[in-house]
Design a protein around this ligand. Structure first.
Ligand code: NAP
Length: 471
């Protein structure tokens, strides 16, 4: 089946990619402005305007590509009976966003399919978008940050990048993105032989900031490699908008999320239920929507850490003796729980800010002994595992200063940091004859349970994935 999408929109292409559909992309030139004007003069309804524009685009491509199925799309924004086009200038965008602030508008998404210059199928979806009240200063900051991206979109916003602009939405993610993939797939499945296309499932990583996250690369690789219909994106959500935005994203069709700094505690509180390990750690890095509609929270950091240790060093024996954990932040909390659950009899916990380590120890177990930051070298002859869970030694951060001369050569040393892949700590430990494990495997393994829950397939952690994430 030769399929053409009569649109150059990257978002719409991405939806077809997510559905594992091979298509060509063509950009039809039509006189959108004049067609719209004459339809408005004829008092056409917004849904008819969007449908007619989608039809013009499909027809133009279809006439030159007989035998191909051509999808035409159009989307218009309607507020108080007025159609909002693309903003012509930052001032026009400011005016649009000021009017939409605190109000509900409609996004009308029209899709048509043509073949041999004739219509075969059409669909119109209407999404109701309620924007929260946005102050004038916030609008100025939004325009400053997003103008180059949003100047080509109706209404002047990108829901996928800044969903926190909205307080609630009644609609479906793909309709809002401009391509109603569910009904399109139903049509295509009726008109093609072979395996039916599956409706893409959706997941995302949520953080603030989030641009540095490797998760989209990792999950994107697993989706592609396993030919799974689905998409995984990164969304930046400011902390005070977390609950509303996550609720809304679940409502528009997301199956779940990875959650990173600073949302891990809020994510746990947001969920309807949680795994014992998430409860014990007191933070969640994974949210999953169950078939019942309930949201479950999990924390897979400790699982990732342990699976990585086991896969890199099968001889590691947790019960051989005490461990030393450096750091008392969010990652250290998960590591402490994981080590104790694996059978480590005692943990020395050492953090620059001693009070933070004491709070953590009091919260988790009396098998944890807090020691001063200056005393970390003193326990080295005693320990069988050393874990760096501080940010020291990471590219751009100060080095971790620790002399390993007295470290037991049978000890295993692991660093949560993976940039650089081999930290100075690991280099020194290797020189001392110790086994070493880098942090990259933890990152890769912690993603496995979430991917399996959202996309229904347990993915493999292998060298190909590691190389990809390290590029
Ligand atoms: P966090 O909550 O911000 O904690 C940072 C830790 O580093 C704290 O213990 C902090 O001590 C310590 N620290 C920072 N600067 C220091 C300095 N100059 N001197 C001494 N200690 C210092 O961060 P996190 O989420 O726990 O993450 C910790 C590290 O693990 C990060 O490098 C992160 O990238 C890495 N990580 C890796 C993975 C993975 O999958 N491999 C997963 C999670 C985290 P204070 O309490 O005294 O501030």
């Amino acid at each position: 089946m030769d399929l053409i999408l009569a649109s150059q929109s990257i978002t719409r292409r991405r939806i077809l990619d997510a559905a594992r559909i091979d298509a060509r992309f063509m950009s039809p030139k039509i006189d959108e402005e004049n067609i719209t004007k004459s339809l408005i003069a004829d008092q056409a309804l917004p849904r008819d305007i969007a449908d007619t524009l989608a039809e013009h685009k499909a027809l133009k491509i279809s006439r030159k590509n007989l035998d191909s199925l051509v999808i035409g799309c159009d989307q218009i924004l309607v507020f108080e009976g007025e159609i909002f086009g693309k903003p012509a200038s930052p001032e026009a965008l400011k005016d649009m966003l000021s009017r939409l602030s605190g109000q509900t508008h409609r996004l009308v998404t029209a899709n048509v399919i043509y073949k041999d210059g004739k219509p075969m199928w059409r669909h119109v979806a209407i999404s109701h978008m309620s924007m929260r009240t946005i102050t004038s200063n916030e609008i100025d900051a939004y325009i400053e940050a997003h103008w180059p991206d949003v100047k080509h979109s109706a209404g002047g916003y990108h829901f996928e990048r800044t969903p926190d602009l909205f307080s609630s939405v009644r609609g479906n993610w793909f309709d809002i993105m401009g391509l109603s993939i569910d009904p399109i797939l139903r049509f295509l499945n009726q008109h093609q032989a072979g395996n039916p296309f599956q409706i893409p499932r959706l997941a995302a990583v949520l953080g603030h900031p989030i641009a540095q996250s490797k998760s989209p690369l990792m999950h994107g690789h697993w989706l592609k490699k396993n030919q799974i219909s689905g998409d995984y994106i990164a969304i930046d959500i400011p902390p005070m908008r977390f609950n509303t935005t996550v609720r809304m994203l679940f409502d528009v069709g997301f199956s779940g999320f990875n959650v990173t700094i600073p949302h891990k505690e809020q994510a746990l509180a947001f969920a309807d239920d949680m795994t014992p390990r998430a409860r014990r750690i007191g933070a969640a890095n994974t949210l999953i929507k169950r078939d019942s509609g309930k949201i479950s929270a999990d924390n897979t950091d400790g699982y990732g850490f342990m699976t990585n240790l086991a896969s890199q060093n099968s001889a590691w024996n947790p019960s051989a003796g005490p461990s030393l954990v450096l750091g008392a932040g969010g990652a250290a909390r998960a590591i402490l729980v994981a080590l104790l659950e694996a059978g480590v009899p005692k943990i020395y916990l050492c953090n620059r800010t001693r009070a933070r380590a004491e709070d953590l120890a009091a919260d988790i177990s009396d098998c944890i002994e807090v020691i001063d930051w200056e005393d970390k070298q003193g326990v080295l002859p005693d320990v069988f595992t050393v874990v760096n869970a501080t940010s020291l030694g990471m590219i751009g951060k100060p080095p971790l200063e620790i002399d390993l001369t007295n470290l037991n050569p049978d000890a295993l040393v692991t660093d949560l940091i993976y940039a650089p892949l081999e930290t100075q700590l690991l280099k020194d430990a290797r020189t001392r004859g110790c086994e070493v494990v880098s942090g990259i495997g933890m990152l890769l393994h912690q993603g496995v349970p979430g991917f399996e829950a959202w996309f229904g397939h347990r993915p493999a952690v292998d060298e190909e994935l590691e190389a990809l994430v390290l590029t």
